[in-house]
Design a protein around this ligand. Structure first.
Ligand code: ACM
Length: 592
């Protein structure tokens, strides 16, 4: 490995390359710093060049019979060129222990590659379930393989405050801990006073500095999110004086019991007041302290302040809010939140940072310099861009990685579905806006139902590949069938790396409709081409000796279960799915 630069970041990329290749090849692959003239042959060369076409993160990768060259304007480009080189190598480049001698071939090729957007984000919710510093590092290692450059850490929520703030010790002594429960999150029985509050954790400021450095070394920025004024129960429990509501000192950090009524739509009606009080000066003193330290810890120019799903029903009952409205001439609760956001914007800006929030910050009037992260579809992002504000698109419809990726009868239960094919249709720039306001896009992994790293991986991959292509590749180069094939080439690499992924794209899609009052019709289809579906109605396990699906099925009179499995080229590839006929009837009637 030859580098021809004294730049420390170039050296670091060389070291990453050396470390991985030495490990999988079973012998040392040293890095030497020599002039390019000497290093034509039998080497991998990393060099900085000047090329206006590839920008700050693009690269050129040239593989000939004599050697490999990666060149870029900036070290980040070399890093991404290295990721592509790994993808061109045998899958064993991902292995976690040295297994055997491999023929290390790379196809002769000439690649020019650069990203469409500078903001290529993945959000990791470390509040609903705490993930350790080392687990966050592992998350970063996985995301950079697909050239993500931004890690949005959702650091605070009703279920936990995850960042040490000096001078506010209760945030992490009290606010970081709840009771471990399993089942369907949101419906857990409220913990009794006797159940230990020992589940959770937080990052010390040293941990944060270590994570920031780890990310920076891999050309990843960390965007911190402090989610206020809603989603703030952990802060309220730690410092009840931040609430408008008497009795907040009796609250507990949420363990997944019901605290909101969602039956009326947005915003939710809170059963306990999980908000900071916009009418309380102590809240702004608190936020000033928090933002001062957050700004010092994270070098990224933005601080994300949440702003989503803030219930207003307790504010409506508060005398101090009524007095604030009168004093400030605020006409409704949206304007109360907007008042809060504008004051918070000043605090964030006083720390030298840019102010960013979820699209709810538009309601009641957008703070003058705000950047909007659009999650309730693209509408908020479109509205903000039309007002000449910067926008990051992360709509639920395409980019929510907490949603199920296949049929609810087989996937772990979540309230909505986002299949890989739909995620791949993510297009961050709507026709109606000036593209210069769209900084990019990101996918969000909320972790209410994600308890561990294996399931994190299952939820993120392969959908994060779809989003990564939406934010990296030119729009006109995207092609679902081609992508689906390329996704499959990655799976054996995930197996080598011992990283889990969802095989949901191999499972059939079930659709049912009513034929008459006694009969339904079931249609089966697949996300990807080339799969055969075999089925049974007799409760036994179908295989390729069973009937093959060719046209819509009418379940026999007393059938209770449709079992299906997909095959490709005579080999099972999907999972065995048992679909109750009753479930198909229910869906047929709901869809009417
Ligand atoms: C969100 O999903 N509540 C931003």
């Amino acid at each position: 490995i030859h580098i021809s630069s004294n730049d420390a970041s170039v050296k670091r990329v060389g070291d990453f390359l050396s470390k991985r290749l030495s490990f999988v090849m079973g012998h040392n692959m040293p890095v030497s710093n020599i002039s390019m003239k000497q290093s034509e042959n039998n080497s991998i060369r990393l060099s900085l060049i000047k090329d206006a076409t590839i920008g700050d993160e693009g690269y050129k990768l040239n593989v000939t019979k004599n050697g490999i060259s990666i060149s870029a304007n900036k070290p980040a480009g070399l890093f991404y060129g290295m990721q592509t080189l790994f993808q061109l190598m045998p899958k064993e480049v991902e292995e976690t222990k040295f297994t055997k001698d491999i023929k290390w071939e790379v196809p002769v090729c000439n690649v020019t590659d650069y990203p469409r957007f500078g903001w290529r984000g993945l959000m990791f919710d470390v509040s609903r379930h705490f993930f350790t510093k080392d687990e966050v590092k592992e998350f970063i290692d996985q995301m950079v393989k697909y050239k993500y450059n931004l890690l949005h850490l959702h650091l605070t929520d009703d279920e936990g405050w995850r960042i040490e703030i000096k001078g506010l010790p209760r945030l992490t002594e009290v606010g970081a801990w709840n009771v471990k429960k399993v089942g369907y999150f949101g419906t857990f029985s409220p913990p009794t006073p006797y159940e230990p509050r020992t589940y959770g954790g937080f990052y010390t400021q040293d941990d944060i500095r270590e994570l920031v450095k780890y990310a920076q070394d891999r050309f990843v920025n960390i965007l911190p999110e402090i989610d206020v004024p809603g989603h703030s129960l952990a802060a309220v429990v730690s410092y009840p004086e931040l609430s408008c509501t008497p009795g907040a000192d009796k609250y507990h950090v949420r363990s997944g019991e019901e605290i909101m009524d969602w039956s009326h739509g947005q915003p939710p009606v809170a059963l306990v007041d999980n908000t900071l009080c916009p009418a309380n000066e102590k809240v702004y003193e608190f936020l000033d302290k928090v933002m001062t330290q957050v700004a010092q810890l994270f070098p990224f120019p933005y601080i994300h302040v949440g702003g989503d799903e803030c219930p207003k029903n307790f504010w409506e009952k508060s005398d101090s809010i009524k007095a604030l409205m009168q004093r400030e001439g605020l006409k409704n609760m949206d304007e109360v939140q907007s008042y809060f956001e504008k004051r918070l914007e000043k605090i964030v800006e006083s720390k030298g940072k840019k102010f960013m929030g979820w699209d709810e910050i538009l309601q009641g009037g957008l703070a003058p310099s705000a950047t909007v992260m659009s999650w309730r579809g693209m509408a908020g992002g479109i509205e903000a861009a039309k007002m000449k504000h910067d926008v990051v698109m992360s709509p639920t419809d395409y980019a929510y990685l907490d949603y199920m990726q296949g049929d609810p009868v087989i996937e772990p239960h979540v309230y909505a579905t986002l299949r890989l094919k739909k995620a791949y249709q993510f297009e961050p720039v709507p026709d109606s806006v000036d593209p210069k306001y769209i900084l990019g896009g990101q996918a969000n992994l909320w972790t209410e139902q994600v308890y561990n790293m294996r399931h994190m991986e299952y939820m993120v991959w392969p959908r994060a590949m779809a989003i990564s292509e939406a934010v990296w590749s030119p729009k006109d180069k995207r092609n679902w069938n081609d992508f689906a094939g390329r996704v499959e080439t990655q799976f054996p690499r995930f197996d080598e790396a011992e990283v889990k992924y969802a095989p949901s794209m191999y499972d059939p899609i079930f659709t049912s409709s009513r034929v008459d009052s006694n009969h339904i019709k079931i249609e089966l289809s697949t996300e990807i081409n080339g799969l055969d579906i075999y089925y049974s109605f007799d409760n036994s396990f179908p295989d390729n000796f069973y009937p093959k699906y060719t046209s819509p099925l009418i379940p026999p009179e007393d059938a209770v279960m449709l079992k299906v499995i997909t095959y490709r080229n005579g080999k099972p590839i999907g999972r065995m799915i048992s679909m109750p006929i009753k479930e198909m009837e229910k869906r047929a009637d709901e869809n009417k």
